[in-house]
Design a protein around this ligand. Structure first.
Ligand code: ADP
Length: 407
């Protein structure tokens, strides 16, 4: 089934056109800087070169029109007619406590995503804009919401409750939700395909290390803990997000620097993490270059980043009572042998021994084992593919809905 996967940010729309039976990506692209003087539009057909353009794009509806025009353009030969696209899968960041699985979008689902805006004020509004724009552009196909939080619904209460008055959980649903669920799900499934042991007996730790970064502990195929929390700000040090900090720091800063809520929010979300620590960049490639040129703060930022990963791995080995495999994925996890090596160095005592040569020679896009043959815990690099998970879920639900006598 040909599925259009949509991922909307406040000023961007990313898309992928995927054929689910063959898992082939026909085309990918994005519209950035929506609403600015000129927006940037990029398309990359599977067998062609990237096409880049800049034009005025007022809103998400315009962006969707641009994308469909490109896909349907006779010259590009990507999709013959609109009706060839059989479903649309939408990435939705926050499903709150309600959504344990992907769902067919109807008025009730839209209302529930609206209700979760409180929990994800930065993410859910653009996700909703994308849903509305795509439903206008493709009104005759099923639209499916796939939630970043859904995979972590299996967290037990002792992992999702915070040590704050319980009434705040009951009243406001303040709890750990966890994010990057589709990625943790996908890479753990890729690992299960390689082994003979029954999934119910496996213990896996997945490290999604991109601009946003999170780690999950997966027991018998189910997420039992994860480093992001009530919002994607918690856990590891990220590109610009601070990760776990002592909450008292915020009260202290309110007094010392007279920060208001808005500037505190910006400080911990946009000016912290690798960028804040290094004072130079949020991008790991830039940091590694500068550290190699002798910049001490860039090296420190890398050291803090890696130490946090090691701490979470150790902590989740305790939660899981051991671990069969540690999986690295996403931009940094898939591409940086340096970060992988530093993150799991000196862990022989826990049964983790990296093979440095294997680690260095990982080929892009391949699943590779990077631990030694005698390492008790396997360490692997597994490329993620969140869009494929969204496309497959959307196809399944679209198919079921077309066979349902109720719809
Ligand atoms: P997101 O999807 O969260 O925006 P990605 O998964 O694309 O992020 O990861 C982006 C990060 O991956 C950046 O910090 C980038 O520097 C890093 N990255 C990509 N390739 C490499 C590489 N070869 N070495 C080190 N870091 C890399």
């Amino acid at each position: 089934m040909l599925v259009l996967v949509i991922n909307c940010g406040s000023s961007s729309v990313k898309y992928d056109l995927i054929e689910t039976e063959t898992e082939k990506q026909f085309c990918t692209g994005m519209v950035e800087r929506i609403g600015a003087v000129t927006a940037i539009v990029k398309h990359k057909p599977a067998d062609g070169k990237e096409i880049k353009d800049s034009k005025v794009i007022h809103n998400h509806t315009d962006a969707l029109k641009q994308i469909l025009e490109f896909l349907l353009d006779e010259e590009n030969q990507i999709v013959e007619k609109k009706s060839d696209i059989k479903a649309v899968g939408h990435r939705v960041v926050h499903g709150g406590e309600q959504f344990k699985d992907s769902v067919l979008i109807d008025d009730n689902v839209i209302e529930a995503i609206e209700q979760a805006i409180d929990l994800a004020p930065l993410h859910n509004p653009p996700n909703l804009k994308g849903i509305q724009a795509a439903m206008e552009a493709l009104p005759n196909v099923p639209h499916v919401a796939v939630f970043d939080t859904a995979f972590h619904h299996s967290l037990p209460a002792h992992a999702y409750l915070y040590g704050i008055p319980n009434r705040l959980y009951r009243r406001y649903k303040i709890r750990r939700y966890g994010f990057h669920g589709t990625s943790h799900y996908f890479v753990s499934r890729q690992y299960y395909k390689r082994i003979e042991k029954p999934v119910s007996k496996t213990k896996v730790i997945t490290c999604h290390l991109g601009n946003g970064a999170s780690i999950a502990a997966i027991d018998g195929g189910k997420s039992v803990d994860t480093s992001m929390g009530f919002t994607p700000l918690a856990g590891l040090v990220m590109g610009t997000r601070c990760g776990d900090i002592d909450p008292s720091i915020l009260f202290y800063l309110v007094e010392k620097e007279e920060l208001n809520l808005h500037s505190l929010h910006a400080l911990v979300n946009r000016h912290s993490g690798l960028l804040g620590l290094s004072g130079f960049a949020s991008d790991m490639r830039d940091l590694i270059n500068e550290a190699d040129n002798g910049d001490r703060r860039c090296q420190q930022a890398i050291d803090v980043f890696c130490y946090k990963i090691k701490q979470y791995i150790g902590s989740y080995m305790a939660s899981l009572n051991g671990c069969d495999a540690i999986i690295f994925t996403a931009g940094i996890g898939e591409n940086s042998y340096r970060i992988r090596e530093q993150a799991v160095s000196n862990m022989e005592g826990l049964g983790i021994i990296l093979d440095k040569e294997r680690n260095k020679s990982v080929k892009p896009g391949q699943i590779e084992r990077i631990s030694t043959d005698d390492s008790r815990t396997e360490v692997l690099v597994v490329p993620t593919n969140e869009e494929l998970v969204i496309a497959i879920d959307a196809a399944k639900i679209a198919q079921a809905s077309s066979q349902s006598p109720w719809i």
